[in-house]
Design a protein around this ligand. Structure first.
Ligand code: FES
Length: 218
């Protein structure tokens, strides 16, 4: 059980690091990122911080609620403002930035996580609605340094392009494979209809999902 506290200074330092990393020659390739991110983060427990914006927005007069939420198997007790979204809690409160915010209004699916096993847009779920819920994010997929078959299929089929939508695609596809271990291409397309890809790499994404289920993508 973790009782989370916010550290704006740590977040500011992290943002500064992120600002310079994309331009450094040591920056990992997209494939390296996909192969290592899940394992690295899944192996850690909890890093708790808030963005300066979130810290400044914390208004003592704003309604707050104490919630208990399980994220990737780790229990968190957190005091959240009632207006915070689940995406904000995950990214800014708990530090799991694998969940991306694209449109922030239920249109793109980049923010998709699993809530009690079902895919939801975390940008459109209030954090208080996650009380007593089990949340799974992309950081919770790889276990002990091993990618899931779905993640490996994404790598093998070049499913990520810019990668921004990839975590949301993975979470929706994970829910599909849990319900239907061997989906057809049409079933994969239907399950991913709420996840947009601005690179329009849909064919490769669908092929990866079908391959993860053991289907023939030839
Ligand atoms: Fe949530 Fe686009 S960021 S649906």
């Amino acid at each position: 059980m973790n009782s989370d506290s916010f550290d704006p200074a740590a977040q500011e330092q992290r943002q500064q690091q992120q600002a310079v990393e994309p331009d450094t020659p040591e920056s990992p390739s997209r494939r390296e990122f996909l192969e290592t991110t899940g394992a690295t983060v899944a192996a850690s427990t909890v890093v708790s911080f808030a963005t300066p914006a979130m810290a400044q927005s914390t208004d003592a007069a704003a309604p707050q609620t104490a919630i208990t939420v399980s994220v990737n198997g780790v229990q968190h007790e957190v005091e959240v403002e009632d207006r915070w979204t689940l995406a904000e809690l995950l990214r800014d409160g708990i530090g799991l930035t694998g969940t991306k915010i694209g449109c922030d209004r239920s249109e793109c699916g980049a923010c998709t996580v699993l809530m009690n096993g079902a895919p939801v847009y975390s940008c459109s779920q209030l954090a208080v609605w996650a009380d007593d819920a089990e949340i799974r994010t992309v950081e919770g997929l790889a276990q002990n340094g091993r990618l899931t078959p779905l993640q490996q299929a994404f790598v093998d089929n070049n499913a990520p392009q810019c990668g921004f939508c990839t975590s949301g695609q993975l979470m929706s596809a994970t829910a599909l494979l849990q319900a239907n271990p061997s989906p057809t291409a049409d079933e994969a397309r239907a399950a991913l209809v709420g996840n947009l890809c601005r690179c329009s790499n849909y064919n490769a994404i669908v092929e990866a999902v079908v391959a993860a289920g053991g289907g023939d993508t030839a």
